[in-house]
Design a protein around this ligand. Structure first.
Ligand code: ADP
Length: 357
């Protein structure tokens, strides 16, 4: 009697639920207990007849709200010009997926595009940026979710969230659904080692993928991965266009340095100095380059501190500009995050499964 027993809680639906169970959510359409924020969100999803589209009616309002508020991005705000290099990938993507999203009528029959695009390559090379740029260029709604959050954060609910995601996307066409770390969802794990809920999640996902490839839906699915080797055959088949996004070239690295420094009015390096930094950054990813610029830009501040200047009072004019030495010092701190060995694996996979080897 004096133990820590917690009685089951009765929710307004009348069913009982143990203390550890997730709060029960209302079905879409039932008004009782739905919060105002959720109601507002549902209103935005309603059709001209003031009803929720058929496909969304049996989905939980809270999940629809989560998709609309956290996963959907109306204005991804990335353009091709923000992405350094990758000219070849940009050209292929324009032809393979942007034109079909803009002019579905032209891309029918033998021109009909695959509905799935896989971007693979080392981390930090601009895969997410490309996803956003595709949505921006095609004036499509962008949905972005990391597959690992589906399997970790949404344990047991992942399957329903996937249905809500594809459901909301179908109401917001044209749409781009970007699934980061897609390997963690569609990996070739052994059947007996696979948890039942993750198997259901994977099946649901494949069903939704199949659905958005049929009929006249203007939904593009983009999967991104740093581990393409882990994808199983079904996933490879459905992500029919597979583009390798490699490390930035020397010219692209120079562009990233210039662009970041110019944006902040801090570009004082000469062309020769930029070249020197680029020669020393062979093997750095775009995101490594960004970290390098950040680290180098701290140089003048740290020096001012050593000279005894008060950072809270110092004016920008008093600080010296960023120099080549700052970059050389930063190179000791920021190392490339991708190894040669890993690069070899991407290239092998690209030769075997890439769309344009
Ligand atoms: P990925 O999705 O491939 O892991 P992201 O697209 O998220 O990488 O890139 C991470 C960050 O690195 C970006 O926000 C950007 O600042 C920088 N970056 C990476 N690649 C590029 C690129 N090609 N051009 C410009 N910036 C880049």
């Amino acid at each position: 009697v004096r133990g820590s027993f917690v009685p089951p809680v009765r929710f307004n639906g009348g069913s009982t639920s143990g203390a550890a169970a997730a709060p029960r959510q209302q079905q879409a359409g039932a008004d009782n207990g739905v919060e105002d924020s959720t109601k507002k969100c549902l209103e935005l999803l309603m059709g001209p007849d003031g009803e929720l589209p058929e496909r969304l009616r049996n989905l939980e309002p809270k999940l629809l709200e989560h998709v609309s508020n956290e996963i959907m991005d109306q204005d991804p705000n990335v353009r091709w010009d923000d992405i350094a290099g990758l000219e070849h990938a940009k050209k292929c993507v324009t032809e393979m997926v942007i034109w079909p999203l803009i002019r579905p009528d032209l891309f029918q029959g033998c021109r009909s595009p695959g509905k799935g695009l896989l971007l693979f390559g080392p981390p930090g090379t601009g895969k997410t940026m490309i996803g956003k740029a595709i949505a921006g260029e095609a004036k499509a709604t962008f949905f972005s979710i990391s597959a690992s959050s589906l399997t970790s954060k949404w344990i047991g609910e992942g399957e329903k969230l996937v249905r809500a995601l594809f459901g909301v996307a179908s109401c917001r066409q044209p749409a781009v659904i970007f699934i980061d770390e897609v390997d963690s969802l569609l990996s070739q794990r052994k059947a007996d080692g696979e948890h039942e809920s993750s198997r259901r999640l994977k099946t649901q996902f494949l069903i939704e993928m199949e659905g958005c490839g049929s009929g006249s839906e203007r939904i593009l699915l983009i999967g991104a991965t740093n581990r393409p080797q882990e994808l199983d055959e079904a996933a490879r088949r459905r992500l029919s266009k597979r583009l390798y996004i490699p490390l930035p070239s020397t010219a692209a690295r120079a562009w990233i340095i210039r662009n970041l420094l110019e944006k902040d009015g801090l570009m004082t390096l000469t062309d020769e100095e930029v070249d020197a930094v680029c020669t020393s950054t062979e093997g750095y990813s775009g995101s490594d380059m960004k970290n390098l610029v950040k680290e180098a830009s701290m140089g003048p501040l740290r020096e001012a501190l050593i000279e005894g200047k008060d950072i809270s009072k110092i004016s920008k004019e008093e600080m010296r500009s960023i120099s080549l030495q700052d970059f050389m010092a930063a190179l000791q701190q920021v190392r490339p995050s991708v190894s040669q060995n890993e690069l070899g694996q991407y290239e092998d996979w690209n030769r075997q499964f890439g769309s344009i080897a």
